[in-house]
Design a binder for this molecule. Structure first.
Ligand code: NDP
Ligand SMILES: N[C@@H](C=O)C(=O)O
Length: 260
């Protein structure tokens, strides 16, 4: 049993989540792995237990199902060994907005938004009470890019970014670190799962490179980590331009440009 905080990782059966499990296990941190595919998680857990000696719990859960989400939320809320939440489980949704079914969009929101929010809600009060701990939310550069034409998916990732920045603003002063990680195309199963055209994929970063970069940002306590963005100054300028607008919102009269 490690004396470091246990890390609960959602979406740990493959891709980015599985890579996070590897990295934190090699840091000697016990894990709780959450996903639907128990067999894959057990295989990963066995390998990591053998290689690192850490304790690993495997929790089979479909985070779009209320009972499963409630069970994971209860574990996050009550297990005070869990000091790091990696809110990673997510899915993509291919196609254009008008061709996507409402149910598919709702299912995407259930996983990419509602589950992320619920688990953040579950852990945040306990971390604030402790004055320590971390919440890592996996967003996407797509949440910054309506031009990419992934409207529903991008909207879910815009939520993740805003949630993370808002939590960082509220919880940071109380000792809780909140990180938004914004990958771009990364070589995982999400593309196949979401029905993306294999012949039309973007350039893809290797998942190990993505997660290793995200861990650098984590260790530096960076609030928003964008591994594919080569010039960090562009993000800083974007943030600065956004913040310059804020005082102007405190006005009681419409702008001249809207006067008929
Ligand atoms: N790959 C990329 O290009 C990018 C990915 N991202 C984000 O990274 C995160 C991880 O995705 P990635 O690793 O790429 O994709 P993968 O499809 O490889 O992994 C997704 C993980 O989420 C789990 N998952 C899917 N649906 C559910 C569900 N209903 N309940 C519980 N777990 C579920 C899957 O496990 P299981 O099927 O066993 O449940 C799997 O472990 C996502 O939030 C994604 O939006 C962001 C930007 C780019
Ligand atoms: N998962 C990818 C799109 O579906 C991404 O976020 O880039």
């Amino acid at each position: 049993m490690s004396d470091q905080p246990t890390v609960l990782i959602t979406g740990a059966s493959s891709g980015i989540g599985a890579a996070y499990a590897d990295r934190f296990a090699r840091r000697g941190q016990d894990l709780v792995l959450v996903a639907r595919d128990e067999v894959r998680m057990e295989a990963l857990a066995s390998k990591l237990r053998a290689q690192t000696g850490v304790s690993i719990d495997v929790v089979k859960a479909d985070l779009t199902q209320a009972a499963d989400l409630a069970a994971v939320s209860k574990r996050v809320r009550e297990d005070d060994r869990i000091g790091v939440l990696i809110n990673n489980a997510g899915a993509g949704l291919s196609g254009v907005f008008v061709e996507q079914s409402s149910i598919a969009q709702q299912n995407l929101v259930a996983l990419n938004v509602a589950a992320v929010l619920e688990l953040a809600n579950a852990i945040a009060p306990r971390l604030v009470q402790a004055g320590s701990g971390a919440i890592v939310n996996i967003g996407s550069v797509v949440g910054l890019a309506p031009e990419f034409g992934l409207t529903t998916y991008g909207a879910t990732k815009a939520f993740v970014l805003f949630l993370s920045q808002g939590l960082a603003f509220e919880l940071g002063p109380k000792g809780v670190y909140v990180q938004a990680v914004l990958p771009s195309g990364t070589r995982t199963e999400i593309w196949d799962r979401s029905g993306a055209d294999p012949a039309n994929l973007p350039s893809l970063m290797e998942v190990a490179d993505l997660v290793d970069a995200a861990m650098v940002g984590f260790d530096r306590r960076e609030p928003v980590t964008i591994p594919p963005l080569q010039d960090a100054g562009l993000w800083e300028a974007f943030q600065g331009a956004r913040q310059v607008m804020l005082p102007g919102f405190a006005t009681t009269v419409p702008a001249d440009r809207y006067r008929g």
